[in-house]
Write a protein that binds this ligand. Structure first.
Ligand SMILES: Nc1ncnc2c1ncn2[C@@H]1O[C@H](COP(=O)(O)OP(=O)(O)OP(=O)(O)O)[C@@H](O)[C@H]1O
Length: 290
């Protein structure tokens, strides 16, 4: 067994489920997220040739696992995340999240499903500047027509290390603190799955590390499933598993790998950029747990 496939002891074993985590029928039903033959093309009606952003992607994400998705620019990472999270509809294949098949849902049902069952964390935090931390955290519930429970909001903020910051505005907080408010907001509806798109992309090293620790805790302590798109091998090394995309397909995966190994595998996918480029060390700043 190579070092890449040794899962760090404190981690939940995503388990090599075979071909990019594709299990048998039973596993497909129990996985937190399952994509089966998912394809997505853009500009299929225009004059210029269509872009095949995702090409027959089948992959599962087990419960209580942390997966990082990497790949060169344009390889389909964001499209994969958007299709898996019901933010976009694939034009082929099936997506199942937390036991629900997304394809048959109407737009309204899909919106409700996302609001109730999926947490989102984006690079740009997307907090409303005129609302306090507590109001931002409670916003998804208000949008769903529910009154946020003050204790639940306080607990969500405490879970991300922001107890006592309830009344602070985003402008009174650091980038890392704002991103942790965004994580608390993602958790308020108690979703089983959380999707994060470059959550540390706008943060300095220390703040990035704190955010990654929070995401790790969601998985290890709370048993949630996290899927994170990142360009940073250091950030990816916090995950149980790293998927590598190129040209809309999953080309490879590593389990329990350190930043150096992940950077090497990325370089192999980016021959043009890797050529003549010094080996990228641990991280853009988020450090590595290994
Ligand atoms: N709305 C869109 N319209 C047309 N083409 C799109 C659209 N969104 C993505 N694409 C194309 O689909 C392909 C995959 O894009 P995607 O954003 O998923 O890649 P990515 O790996 O996330 O890239 P990056 O790392 O640069 O964010 C690219 O060729 C991109 O140009």
């Amino acid at each position: 067994m190579s070092r890449d496939h040794v899962i760090a002891p404190h981690r939940h074993a995503a388990g090599p489920e075979g071909g990019y985590g594709v299990p048998g029928p039973e596993g497909r039903l129990t996985a937190a997220i399952a994509l089966e033959g998912v394809g997505k093309s853009y500009n299929t009606t225009g004059a210029s040739p269509a872009v095949r952003a995702l090409d027959d992607v089948s992959v599962t994400f087990g419960r209580a696992t942390f997966t990082a998705v990497m790949g060169p620019s344009g390889s389909g990472k964001s499209t994969l995340l958007q299709c898996a999270a019901g933010l976009d509809r694939p034009d082929a294949g099936r997506v199942r999240v937390d036991g629900t098949e997304l394809g048959p849902l109407s737009e309204k049902e899909l919106t409700e499903f996302r609001r109730e069952r999926i947490g989102f964390v984006f690079q740009a935090f997307n907090l409303l500047g005129s609302l306090t931390a507590a109001q931002n955290v409670g916003l998804p519930l208000r949008l769903a027509g529910r009154r946020p429970d003050r204790r639940a909001v306080r607990e969500a903020l405490a879970q991300v290390g922001l107890a006592g910051r309830e009344e602070h505005l985003p402008s009174q907080m650091s980038g890392g603190q704002q991103q942790r408010v965004a994580i608390a907001r993602a958790l308020i509806a108690k979703p089983q799955v959380v999707f994060a798109d470059e959550p540390t992309g706008a943060l300095d090293s220390g703040s990035g590390r704190t955010v990654l620790e929070q995401l790790r805790t969601l998985v290890d302590v709370q048993g949630r499933t996290v899927v994170m798109v990142t360009h940073d091998p250091g950030a990816a090394s916090w995950a149980d598993r790293v998927l590598f995309l190129a040209d809309g397909r999953i080309r490879d995966e590593l389990h329990g790998a350190g930043a150096q190994r992940i950077a090497e595998r990325m370089a192999a996918l980016e021959p043009a950029r890797a050529h003549g480029t010094p080996e990228r060390p641990a991280a853009d700043g988020t450090g590595s747990p290994r």
